[in-house]
Design a protein around this ligand. Sequence first.
Ligand code: GDP
Length: 331
Amino acid sequence: MQTQNTNMNNIGVVTKKLLGHYDVHHANTITTCVLSAKLWKSFEVTNPNGDSHRVIAVHEKHMDPVAIGDRVTFRPVEDGTGMILDVLPRRNYLARGSAKPNPRAYSFEQVIAANLDQIIPVFAAANPRPKWHMLDRILVAAEAHRISSTILITKYDLVKGRKGEDELLSDINRYKEIGYPVILTSAKAKMGLDDLRNALINRTSLLVGKSGVGKSSLLNILDPSLDLKVQSVNASTGKGRHTTSHLEMFPLAMGGNIIDTPGTREFGIWGLDPNNLADCFPEMRPFIGKCKFGLSCQHDEEPGCAVRKAVMNGTISPFRYKSYLRMRMDL
Ligand code: GDP
C-alpha cells in the first residue's frame, strides 16, 4: 500500500459509494472519503440539453453530487481516509429521475455514472425473457447523453438449435440494422467470450441489466480475479434475487473498467425533452425535418409525416416506432 501525502490534494476516480462514503482510486490506492461541506452546499450539474445550472438544495437524501466514475479532487488525512473537495467536469454521464422529485428544484435527476465510454444493455436469450421495449429505453437514454451502446445477449445456449432461436435472431437483427453492435454469448457454452473481451478492453463500460441475466458468470470467466457472486434464478418466475443495491466500478485485469448496476429492473428516460426523442432513435434521424409540418411534427398522427411513412414502407421497424410512441406518452 502506498503512503498518501496528506499535505496536498490528489485527483482520483470514484469507484464505490456506500452510506455516505466514497472509495476513491488514485495511484493504485483506494481511499475511503466523505464529502466536504462545500460540496453539499452547492453543486453544478449539466442537464442533457447542455446548459449548466446550479442545484440549490442537495440536502435531500436522494440527491448525491458525486457519481461512480467521477474524477474528484480529494485530500487524504492521516488515518488513511480522505475528503472529497471537488468534482471535475464530466465528459458525459447517465442519469435517471429521482424517485421523489423536488418541485422547488430545477432538476432532480440522479446521476448513475459519469465519464463512460459505452453502455452495455444486457439481456438473456431466455430465463428471463428479453424485454425489447426496455432495451429501447436504455438505448434512448444512452443516445440522449451521446454515449455509444453495445448490446450483450447472454445464455445463448438456452435457445441455440431450439424453438425460439429464429425469433430471437430476428429481434436482434432489428438492432443490428440500425447499427448497434450485438454480442451473443453464453457463459455455460463459453461462446462469444473473445467478442466481449474485445468490446470491454481499455474502456469504461456501464452494464445495465436485471439481476439474473448472467453478468457475473460472464465477467468471472473473463476476469476470475473479480470473483463476483453468481446467484440462483427462481425457476418459476425466472427472476433473479437482489444481492447488492450499490453501484461499484471494477477494474478489469485486461485493462478497462466495468460498472455493474445490480438489480436494474426499470430504466427511466426522465428529463428528456419529448421534442428531442426522435433524435434518440438513430434510424429516425434521416427523416427529421422532412415531414409536412417540418420540425414541429411529433411523428404521431400528423399528415405527411416522413417518419411514419418510413415505418409503413419498412425502413423503420414498427416495433421501434411503437417504443417511440410509448416513450412519448411517458414523457
Ligand atoms: P447476474 O445476476 O446477472 O450477475 O447473473 P449470474 O451470473 O449470477 O447468473 C444468474 C443465473 O443464470 C445463475 O443461476 C447462473 O448459473 C445462470 N447462468 C449464467 N450464465 C448462464 C449461461 O450462459 N447459460 C445458462 N443456461 N445459465 C446461465
